[in-house]
Ligand binder design. Structure first.
Ligand SMILES: C[S@@+](CC[C@H](N)C(=O)[O-])C[C@H]1O[C@@H](n2cnc3c(N)ncnc32)[C@H](O)[C@@H]1O
Length: 276
């Protein structure tokens, strides 16, 4: 079914049903991206229209999980935007360490875990991995299982290796994984201090305080109302003078709580909470 043929009212019926039945709130997702994804699900499952999708969502909780995986965009890479990681290593982390030897990081929307492994490698190479507690969350439990397993397609490692080299990693990325039947199996020792947990940024509430939150390439799919709501959650979850990093194409400037943060690095989209 072409996306032009899907009515806004039909998208509303889908978001209402999901909210009522599964407590996932997609009502404020950017409608254009939601519509594109719904069109893709209809095509993938050969459904002739939204009524069929609604019936299936209503009776089949297992299908809902598959639907969720299709709706949320999981694209990620290790050391994505290498200059961001350089900034973390050379400025942000050293600043955090000036005040706290032990600190905590939240990866919100961690997808299949590449970002978490990148962070662990940076910390390991700085010799401080054991000083850091990391929580990595995502709405999608299927993708979280992939993050826990961390067995990545060898062909995806090409871009990861390139990013790591551009970042200026101390060794070869191969030092951190072994190859097994076409997969790169990451060294589990890197995630010894990582807790992976399912969490919906929209319906979830603050569960801890952090020194650094990364929520990169997640809010891009949210409309302003939802971005405001999620920024409120991050504000509550950050210590005063702690850092928040978002994706390179995202911005906080239109958010209601923008005045509680200052821009630390505009290129890399790193902010600091300055007011409670
Ligand atoms: C494009 S990936 C970004 C991964 C990584 N942060 C990066 O920048 O490479 C977006 C992730 O956000 C997750 N996500 C989308 N909506 C979410 C929500 N409401 N709560 C938590 N995670 C969500 C998706 O499941 C997906 O894994």
């Amino acid at each position: 079914m072409l996306q032009q043929e899907i009515e806004i009212s039909e998208l509303r019926l889908i978001t209402d049903l999901i909210k009522q039945k599964y407590d996932y709130d997609f009502g404020n997702y950017a409608m254009s991206s939601f519509k594109r994804r719904v069109a893709r699900v209809l095509e993938l499952y050969k459904m002739e229209g939204v009524p069929t999708l609604l019936r299936r969502l209503d009776i089949d909780a297992k299908f809902f999980k598959e639907f969720l995986a299709e709706i949320t965009v999981n694209v990620t890479e290790m050391f994505r935007d290498p200059t961001f990681w350089v900034e973390l290593k050379t400025h942000i982390i050293p600043h955090i360490r000036q005040n706290n030897e032990n600190f905590s990081i939240w990866h919100a929307g961690c997808s299949s875990g590449e970002e978490v492994y990148s962070m662990a490698i940076v910390l390991e190479e700085m010799g401080i991995l054991d000083n850091v507690k990391i929580v990595a969350t995502d709405i999608d439990h299927v993708i979280l299982d992939k993050a826990r397993e961390a067995r990545y397609h060898i062909k995806n490692m090409e871009v990861n290796k390139k990013n790591y080299t551009t970042f200026g990693g101390l060794y070869n990325l191969e030092n951190y994984y072994k190859e097994e039947s076409g997969k790169a199996v990451m060294d589990q020792n890197l995630v010894r201090n990582v807790e992976f947990r399912e969490q919906n940024l929209v319906t979830g509430s603050a569960f801890s305080k952090f020194d650094l939150i990364l929520c990169r390439n997640v809010m891009i799919y949210f409309n302003q109302t939802l971005q405001n709501q999620v920024l409120r959650l991050f504000h509550e979850s950050l210590h005063k003078y702690a850092y928040l990093a978002i994706g390179s194409k995202e911005s906080l400037i239109w958010c209601e709580l923008a005045n509680k943060f200052i821009v630390v690095n505009n290129e890399e989209k790193i902010y600091k909470k300055i007011r409670d």
